[in-house]
Design a protein around this ligand. Structure first.
Ligand code: BG6
Length: 456
């Protein structure tokens, strides 16, 4: 992967949705930390934007004086971006010829396309401008294509950065390192040795005040067609020729092209009890807050291996776990003695801030009998590397400022995923109720087959 450097051209960063939830939780703190740790360009300005001006003191609360003196706020909307365009032009002039604009669209899916139109009309689409978009990049194939077409009217694909913050998480990139920097796993990374793959991202949190966004989106669009599918891409792709953005994204797109269409028969949707009472949620809402799917790839490497995807709100735990389960030997000579020894060998990657990678396997239980019990070989990545990496959004913001697309999704990938998702979007399963703090509707258990979900 390209080394991170601290220097890049002077930048005017424009943050649309600057008063929104994502900006508050991730973008402003991320930018502040980048500034504190010397990752921002030597010269930069940040213009927050949104339909309404913030309260007095908003900017001062974002950090210390050295940081906040570079920040201003200009209102804009899809209908009116003139003031903003003027402010950006002035800032660019002040920063000189080499300066660039980074436009960050943290706006609801339905506002994306109109905003892109406004950027074009006001001339905010010059060739030294890069645009960052938040998922889910449309809500089906037709709208994704329309959004991509609108983007391509104004921006070259090289200027477009579709952010999927899971790809910025250190442990997701560990999947690449595990597969492509070691001799241990790649030889067994196929249907001869792998029995199933689980990508399981239960969340214990509820809506966190994002009711109206969530009503429009639902678990499948919010998480499955985006984060979980991207992780699937990293797990399933053929080894790319190199780890540069072009080859990696070609390999990922090829894996998506091999996905069989997602079938409603192999999907279970759920809705947590009490969801309809949340602010911004319709009293008869059919939005799913839980989705579990079994999908397959139709290629020589993976034919016959189920990929199990599961995520949901208000579940029993907040975890992000990728489990690659290996086939058992033809004859199991040691009897299993409980303690999980009935489970096959599993490579487990926990995509947490404190990454955990483990191979869980059977060992002999100490004692006079030859019976198997379960043990784990753990790799403490953090201790091995001596500390934390960057937070996902921080890493990705640096990549945008350097024009590196490695961890961003390309138009063709997005369209392929929406296309594979079409049968499910056309005939979504009825969401089944589940209790808060549970593992979702019982019907989802059956999808996982004999060994069940690793988390339960
Ligand atoms: C976001 C989704 O993209 O990812 C949220 O919109 C979800 O609904 C979040 O909670 C999970 O990300 P993280 O990094 O907090 O696990």
């Amino acid at each position: 992967m390209a080394p991170l450097t601290t220097t890049s051209d002077p930048h005017v960063l424009v943050l649309f949705g600057a008063r929104g939830d994502l900006a508050r939780r991730k973008l402003w703190p991320g930018l502040r930390r980048l500034a504190e740790s010397g990752f921002m360009p030597d010269d930069y300005r940040i213009i927050g934007s949104g339909r309404h001006a913030p309260d007095d003191g908003f900017i001062q609360a974002l950090g210390d004086e050295a940081f906040t003196k570079r920040i201003s706020f200009v209102t804009s909307s899809a209908d009116d971006g003139e003031d903003l365009a003027r402010a950006v032009r002035e800032a660019r002039e002040a920063l000189g010829e080499r300066s660039r604009t980074l436009l960050y669209l943290s706006v609801p899916p339905s506002a994306m396309k109109p905003m892109v139109g406004m950027l074009g009309r006001t001339g905010l689409d010059d060739e030294r401008t890069r645009i960052v978009l938040e998922k889910p990049f449309g809500s089906d194939l037709a709208s994704a294509k329309a959004l991509n077409a609108a983007l391509h009217e104004h921006f070259d694909e090289r200027a477009i950065f579709r952010i999927d913050h899971f790809l910025g998480k250190e442990p997701v990139q560990d999947i690449l390192a595990l597969r492509f920097a070691n001799g241990l796993f790649e030889p067994i990374w196929n249907n001869e040795h792998v029995a199933s793959v689980q990508i399981d991202i239960p969340e214990d949190l509820g809506l966190e005040g994002r009711g109206s966004f969530y009503e429009e989106t639902g678990a499948f669009r919010d998480m499955v067609v985006t984060h979980l599918s991207q992780i699937l891409g990293f797990v399933a792709m053929e080894p790319p020729e190199t780890l540069d953005a072009g080859h990696l994204r070609d390999a990922k797109a090829a894996a998506f092209a091999d996905l069989r269409p997602f079938s409603p028969e192999h999907a279970v949707y759920g809705q947590f009890e009490g969801y309809r009472d949340e602010d911004g949620v319709a009293s008869d809402s059919r939005t799913e807050t839980f989705a579990a799917l079994r999908v397959e790839l139709d290629n020589d490497r993976w034919r016959g291996v189920p990929f199990l995807l599961r995520t949901g709100k208000a579940m029993a735990a907040g975890r992000r776990v990728v489990t690659v389960a290996l086939r058992d030997p033809a004859q199991l000579l040691l009897e299993a003695d409980g303690d999980g020894a009935e489970r096959p060998d599993e490579l487990v990657v926990e995509l947490t801030d404190d990454p955990r990678i483990a191979v869980e396997l059977r060992v002999k239980r100490p004692g006079p009998t030859l019976v198997a019990t379960r043990a784990a070989m753990e790799l403490d990545v953090e201790r091995a590397t001596g500390g934390h990496g960057l937070e996902a959004y921080e890493r990705l913001l640096i990549d945008v400022m350097h024009g590196d697309h490695l961890l961003f999704t390309r138009a063709d990938e997005v369209e392929l995923l929406w296309e594979r998702a079409a049968p499910l979007l056309q005939a979504p399963p009825e969401p089944l109720p589940y209790a808060r703090g549970s593992w979702g509707p019982e019907a989802a258990e059956a999808l996982a087959g004999r060994c069940g979900w690793r988390l339960s």
